[in-house]
Design a protein around this ligand. Structure first.
Ligand code: HEM
Length: 385
């Protein structure tokens, strides 16, 4: 029985007298039962997970806005109120804080899956390019949101983060002033970051994601066949979007929600101390997704460092136009798979170096201080209190 007939009733007839409802139903049914390529499985749920987490960010963000106040006098106190007094405030902030981390993880996993399965190749180049813009927006969401609680960590991390913009030749100083709304991080910066975080980025990202999804549906998901050799999915060979793929997504969603709850309860989002522009705390580190760039910048003179850190971004953006080989299957693309793995390994190594730099660690009972370049220096036992 068709969806249209199932809905039935007076309301249906009322709508049908006024709108092309049969066409709407036909279109929806076509989309719902569209067969997916046979290799579609768990890895293909990463895009929908990112979408789910984006919706989670919007809903929890709107709820946080009810009590959040974007001024230097009230921002920290309003988040403290949310965490301690507002009904389920701790839970909503937890959903937002952990949701942002998981969203970045899901977007990165989704990008890796489309990279390793060669899904960015013709005709899906623009789906990938939009994806890279989406990744940029998602990270900017994280960067602007980090300042909003106005605590020591967020204040000083923003001070360091915005300084990087100042390194850009000629326009750097101006861009830094524009970002901060003055020479230092202040209430002006907070207001700017707030507007970008709650107004500009949500709309820009929504637009980008909608176009991304339309492209994906119009072109269908890529198979593992070579570019130009794709055959239509044979009857009975593909995976039905409904109910098969939706069920796989349901299982993964449930695990994600369980994981999200566990993280919120076991590692609640912290607030720390209120920002104090006169007291620089030790060991200021950016969020985990900036750690590798942050560390990389230390090994190069300022402007050169900026150029070096821009290389991966430009490569990512134009990758579908640089890799013009027809094979999609990872086993037939040894070079691009190797490039992907080396790129990931570099990001991971610099991320770990960034994490451990300027820290003291104990190895085999001996204490070492790792300097800013992560070079270990033995700590004299006398000097340790
Ligand atoms: C909020 C972020 C994003 C959302 C909500 C999203 C959503 C989706 C969804 C639902 C799909 C289809 C299912 C799947 O392949 O998982 C898809 C496909 C695709 N996405 Fe994304 N995406 C996002 C970010 C990205 C990024 C960062 C990239 C790459 C830089 C990317 C590149 C692609 C490509 C190339 C496809 C086509 C895959 C194929 O045909 O097999 N997406 N996206």
């Amino acid at each position: 029985m068709s969806l249209g007939r199932k809905i039935g009733g007076k309301l249906w007839n009322w709508l049908r007298d006024r709108y092309p409802m049969d066409e709407v139903v036909e279109f929806s049914e076509g989309q719902l039962h569209k067969p997916l390529p046979p290799h579609v499985g768990v890895w293909h749920t990463s895009g929908s997970l990112a979408l789910f987490l984006f919706i989670n960010q919007i809903v929890s963000g709107i709820l946080l806005m009810v009590y959040y106040r974007p001024t230097t006098e009230a921002a920290f106190e309003s988040v403290h109120y949310i965490m301690t007094k507002a009904y389920f405030g701790w839970l909503i902030r937890g959903f937002h804080a952990w949701g942002s981390t998981l969203m970045i993880v899901c977007v990165l996993v989704h990008m890796m899956r489309t990279f390793f399965m060669g899904a960015y190749k013709k005709p899906r180049e623009m789906t990938w390019v939009l994806g890279v813009c989406i990744l940029g927006c998602t990270i900017t969401f994280g960067f602007t949101g980090y300042l909003l609680p106005w605590n020591q960590l967020s204040y000083w991390a923003t001070q360091v983060g915005t300084e990087i913009a100042g390194v850009i030749p000629w326009a750097g100083e101006y861009i830094m002033l524009l970002l901060r709304g003055g020479t230092g991080v202040s209430g002006e910066t907070l207001a700017r970051f707030y507007v970008v975080h709650v107004v500009v980025l949500p709309w820009v990202l929504t637009g980008l994601v909608v176009v991304h999804l339309v492209f994906m549906r119009v072109q269908s998901l890529a198979t593992l066949e070579k570019v130009g050799e794709e055959k239509p999915i044979e009857k009975g060979k593909g995976i039905p979007f409904f109910p098969h793929h939706i069920l796989t997504e349901g299982v993964i969603f449930s695990l994600l929600i369980a994981g999200l709850f566990a993280l919120i309860v076991l590692w609640p989002a912290e607030l720390g101390e209120k920002a104090d522009p006169l007291k620089t705390p030790e060991g200021i580190k950016p969020e985990w997704y900036f750690l590798s760039t942050y560390q990389l910048l230390k090994y190069f003179p300022k402007t050169l460092g900026l150029v070096v850190s821009l290389v991966p971004i430009v490569l990512l953006l134009f990758w579908p136009f640089l890799d013009r080989t027809p094979a999609r299957h990872p086993r037939q693309r040894k070079v691009s798979v190797a490039i992907g793995i080396v790129g990931l390994a570099i990001a991971l190594v610099f991320g770990v170096l960034g994490y451990y730099s300027e820290r003291t660690v104990t190895v085999g009972g001996k204490k070492y201080h790792l300097d800013m370049y992560c070079v270990p220096h033995a700590v004299e036992s006398k000097s340790v209190h």
